[in-house]
Design a protein. Structure first.
Lengths: 375, 403
């Protein structure tokens, strides 16, 4: 009879009136968690020893990760390369001596694999999500040739300074399938910006994949007081080459169209940088151009492990707007520049993720693999 | 000589007969050939391609079993898509988890697979499993209260048997112990007891039918739960009616046996549902609940005894009847907690409902006959009182066990 009452107790209601034996089940769950933590904390030691085991970055997440790998070849883009892939367009000189920079962008419907095995019917710029990370220099004249080869009307709405005619809203550069439009404006203000489709309904056009980074580097000549800082931001200078710059767009995908995301990521593919950490050289500084385009959720964030960074809100200043923080939040279309270094750290795997645990657990999480030198 | 002429006379008709059967055969083959032709045409020339609008295939996934153990969570899923479907990822509580699928690969319509998740579930708390297919469709399953699923070891089987005995066998046996006290009741007393039996059976009929339909909704669409419940109940009713009346209208021990069988089938279905609820962590069970079940089922013993009041059967008959009515609860609990799917519980309850309907008909008939007044007995005050007492006793005691 004593045994029966034990059995009843194990089957007790959720109110837990008779929390008798936290029997085998509970015990093993606790043991499981403990094991996970010991693996996690093991990082420091293995890395310090010199050679991390090949699967250490996966062990950190234990079983909480997507199964399998995404076919980057079929997708036509690879998150590991996308993170340093800047689209600089083609350059010529205008009669008045100014530089004209031309980008060619095409809207195409494309089914992409956003997590291993999960296909998403995306609308893309140039066949990739996020669209190409456009990069120009302050003061240049920009010409963006936009062709719509998709099945719906689309546009490119730039966060920047331009005429109403160039705004990419209905009646000003929003074009139907098969049409073409050329957006023209000057590159200003310098900073970390973005562009996205402004066709309606806006929510659908954004979450289907129509967005990308739009970075305008400062012109050192226009900022004599902080020319060195401006030069370090200007792509192509020796000062800039010292930096390790990464393009990151925090996005999400509503695969069942219930106005809630099933997959979160940075640069589209869930767990991409968890399975293949981003290599950084220990003694060179890091700069991240970060934007948030997540739909449905009001906020996103970026948290760096074991380190702090300076933050330049929207990148429109040459001095940080936030100093020494390890977490920033962004609403949709908010963006900024993060600067930090691991030069005083041990080599090893350092995690980054939003501090909305839900986003982290649904795919938006990654690792920096800090090494002495890139082979 | 006579024989020969007979055969000779029959001879001319022989070719006509075989011609008839050949024509019948032709008319059997022709429609089948037409069907084959239609199928071939559909497959080869695809005339319905205009309906293909580029939309993804319809997908459906049903969770049939959930097993929680020290190495994580296992769920048995059944696919019901218009095309084979592929499970791409699995979330537990809004987090992607590693999983293995057995057997691996796309799931054909009606096929099942086990999904194993090495998830550290928490005792007594709720978890949600969300399966994401390759098209991005999601299928969610809630584990209301996570408890370790009973395993197939002797200790668990023994404690489940004890529970089954407590809620199934013991109350029936206790109810039967009223037998000596009930013997010798007059006509009104007899009418009251038989009507009480009908009342309790009517309650069980409603209960079993409602529960069967509820479970039918949970089962995979491929089983057509609602139709299955109706057909199974009708079939069991007709079969038992036919079997019962083969040797005349059942009375006495025979009628008691049918009542016991109906109640036993109902208890089997109940046992399946209770066992499954424990296995899935959907229900808790305390001593209070077990007491409720016991009280609820005591009338069943009285009901079984009622038709035997006129002629005392041997003692072994009581033992047999108690086992027949209460024993299936034990079997149901075992099966329910070890190998459960909603469609099987629905089927068992539907068969039980049919059986109960049969005994309602037979007990009513017996009541009219034993009273001697025919239909007038049905509206007699004692009958109405018994009916009301049976239904209301069951309803009130059910309040103790419905959660």
């Amino acid at each position: 009879m004593a045994e029966v009452s034990m059995w009843f107790r194990e089957k007790i209601s959720r109110r837990g009136l008779l929390w008798g034996g936290l029997a085998a089940a509970g015990g093993s769950a606790i043991a499981g968690t403990a094991a996970g933590q010991s693996v996690h904390s093991g990082h420091g030691t293995t890395s310090a020893a010199g050679a991390a085991p090949p699967q250490a970055h996966l062990a950190a997440h234990r079983s909480m990760i997507t199964v399998g790998d995404v076919d980057n070849e079929r997708n036509g883009f690879d998150p590991s390369r996308m993170v340093t892939d800047w689209e600089t367009g083609s350059v010529s000189t205008l009669p008045d001596g100014r530089i004209l920079r031309t980008f060619e962008i095409e809207a195409v419907d494309k089914e992409i694999e956003i997590a291993p095995g999960i296909m998403f019917p995306a609308w893309t710029y140039n066949g990739r999500v996020p669209g190409p990370a456009l990069r120009a220099t302050e003061g240049e004249h920009l010409r963006i040739v936009f062709r719509n080869s998709g099945s719906h009307p689309h546009s490119m709405h730039f966060h920047g300074i331009h005429a109403a005619r160039m705004d990419g809203v209905p009646g000003a550069g929003l074009i139907g399938p098969g049409e073409e439009f050329v957006y023209e404006f000057d590159a200003r203000p310098f900073g970390c910006h973005l562009y996205h489709c402004h066709a309606l309904p806006l929510k659908r056009h954004i979450h289907k994949g129509m967005y990308g980074l739009f970075v305008i580097d400062p012109d050192p000549a226009r900022h004599p007081e902080l020319a060195d800082v401006a030069r370090s931001r200007l792509l192509g200078t020796p000062e800039n080459a010292e930096w390790q710059e990464f393009a990151m767009v925090m996005n999400g995908f509503d695969t069942n169209f219930d106005n809630g995301n099933e997959v979160y990521a940075v640069n589209t593919v869930a767990h991409a940088y968890m399975k293949r950490p981003i290599r950084i050289v220990r003694n060179r500084p890091v700069r991240i151009y970060l934007a948030n385009v997540v739909e449905f959720d009001p906020i996103n964030s970026f948290h760096l492990h074991a380190n702090f960074f300076d933050y330049f809100e929207q990148g429109t200043t040459l001095t940080p707007t936030l100093r020494t923080v390890d977490l920033i939040t962004q609403v949709q279309a908010q963006r900024g520049i993060l600067e930090f270094t691991y030069k005083d750290h041990e080599t090893g795997l350092y995690m980054f993720h939003p501090h909305q645990s839900e986003f982290t657990e649904l795919g938006w999480t990654g690792m920096f693999d800090v090494v002495e030198a890139v082979a | 000589m006579n024989e020969v002429s007979h055969i000779a006379a029959a001879d001319p008709t022989a070719p006509v007969g075989s011609g008839k059967s050949r024509a019948a055969l032709l008319w059997l083959i022709l429609p089948l050939a037409a069907l084959g032709l239609a199928i071939t045409w559909l497959l080869v020339s695809d005339p319905l391609r205009n309906f293909g609008n580029g939309a993804p295939p319809v997908e459906s996934l049903t969770f049939e079993r959930t097993i929680l153990s020290s190495d994580g969570i296992r769920v048995l899923v059944r696919a019901g898509g218009s095309e084979p479907m592929t499970i791409a990822q699995v979330q537990v509580d809004d987090a992607y988890w590693q999983f293995t699928q057995e057997p691996a690969g796309p799931l054909a319509r009606g096929a099942t697979a086990w999904i194993h998740l090495p998830f550290p579930w928490v005792l007594g708390e709720a978890h949600a499993i969300n399966i994401v297919t390759n098209t991005g469709a999601t299928f969610e399953h809630e584990i209301a209260v996570a408890v370790s699923t009973p395993t197939r070891d002797a200790g668990n089987l023994a404690s489940q048997a004890l529970l089954g005995v407590l809620v199934g066998l013991v109350p029936v046996a206790i109810g039967m112990m009223f037998y000596p006290a009930l013997r010798g009741v007059g006509r009104n007393g007899m009418n009251f007891l038989l009507a009480l039996t009908v009342g309790l059976l009517a309650f069980l009929l409603v209960d079993a039918t409602a529960e069967a339909f509820e479970l039918a909704v949970e089962s995979a669409a491929i089983f057509q739960g609602q139709a299955m419940v109706v057909l199974a109940a009708a079939a069991s009713f007709l079969l038992l009616m036919a079997a019962g009346r083969r040797d005349g209208v059942p009375t006495g021990l025979a009628l008691a046996t049918f009542i016991a069988l109906g109640i036993g089938l109902h208890n089997l279905g109940e046992g399946l549902a209770i066992g499954a609820a424990f296995a899935a962590g959907a229900a808790g069970l305390g001593t209070f609940l077990v007491l409720g079940f016991m009280l609820h089922n005591i009338t069943e013993g009285i009901g079984i005894s009622a038709p035997m009041l006129k002629k005392r059967p041997p003692l072994w008959a009581f033992v047999g009847l108690a086992l027949l009515a209460g024993g299936p609860a034990v079997v149901g609990l075992w099966i329910g907690s070890l190998a459960y799917a909603p469609q099987w519980s629905a089927l068992a309850l539907a068969v039980g409902a049919g059986a109960i309907l049969q005994v309602i008909v037979e007990v009513t008939a017996y009541l009219m006959r034993s009273d001697g007044r025919g239909q007038a007995a049905l509206t007699a005050p004692a009958t109405m009182a018994g009916l009301a007492a049976g239904v209301s006793f069951m309803y009130v005691t059910a309040m103790l066990v419905k959660v």
